[in-house]
Design a protein around this ligand. Sequence first.
Ligand code: NAD
Length: 331
Amino acid sequence: MEIAVYSAKPYDREYLEAANATMGHRLQYFDAGLDGETVALASGHGAVCIFVNDKADADVLEALALGGTKLIALRCTGFNNVDLNAARNLGLKVVRVVDYSPNSVAEHAVALLMAINRKIHRAYNRTRDCNFALDGLMGFDVAGKTVAVVGTGKIGRVFAKIMLGFGADVIGYDTFPSPEFEALGARYAVPGEIGASADIISLHCPLTPDTYHIIDATMLSRAKRGALLINTSRGALVDTEAVIDALRSGQLGGLAIDVYEQEAGVFFRDLSNTIINDDTLLRLMSFPNVIVTGHQAFLTREAVTTICQTTLQSVTEFETGQPLSNEVKAP
Ligand code: NAD
């Protein structure tokens, strides 16, 4: 099948080509992201392959359908950037990668937590300058602390398991509690308890209208003073301005994020020779107790191999009229 691959990075090309060796699709790569200006590139392609910040709103989907596209294949888990109702009305099928490597994201969340807690980012810069002073590098033991996991799905459960291995007390919040989470030795708590008792909060729920700004000024004001917040899920789970206020007052002890509310147009690019116009992001990155990574939690060999294989397998299923194992539909 002809597939237009948007937002194609060198690693996407390498791993998609490897996965396609046995599948025989015809892939055309575009550096550009999908939006109203670039949608014409997909004309004549039966399938369009997109990533987290590509914009598949109603207008873009309509243009895709008019150009002959029948399938939207997300090479990621989250699908908040696709208007599923519009896709259904236009007869477009949407597939995603439901399950690749929850370890990749959970382990990155742990890396962020340990880096922000033990000030690894600051120590790295200091020792490169032969500054071996320890002032300002004090952290805390994770063992014995309370870790809150918001969203106890695949990634949240792996994160919880690692935290239990550290000797932490793990509590969780999920609108659909899972017995697997409790079987790990963790327990569910109400949001009030999470705010009051968590030393560390890690977000692992999807972005939906219900979870938009789930971390806002009210929630932060009720949090334990000095708590650490980790977000590897979606940027808009967090009200960034409220977080900046909480960091300024010391209410929030540290923030480590792999995702950012306004990351589209900034993340996945080398802007080192550019003046960035996003004052909020610049303010955020000016705090010594903030670490930002550019949406790289999924970026392990294992995860990207599975993402590419699953994505192309879904295209094959569609092309050959098989049931779509990874279809996502409007609720
Ligand atoms: P999952 O579907 O297995 O788990 C998500 C969990 O969140 C579910 O248990 C669900 O019930 C819960 N949930 C839904 N609404 C909720 C709410 N209002 N409050 C609390 N919990 C709620 O998904 P997953 O594979 O664990 O992925 C979780 C998220 O991680 C994805 O939605 C995606 O946004 C993010 N993600 C990020 C990266 C990255 O590279 N940074 C990569 C993959 C996934």
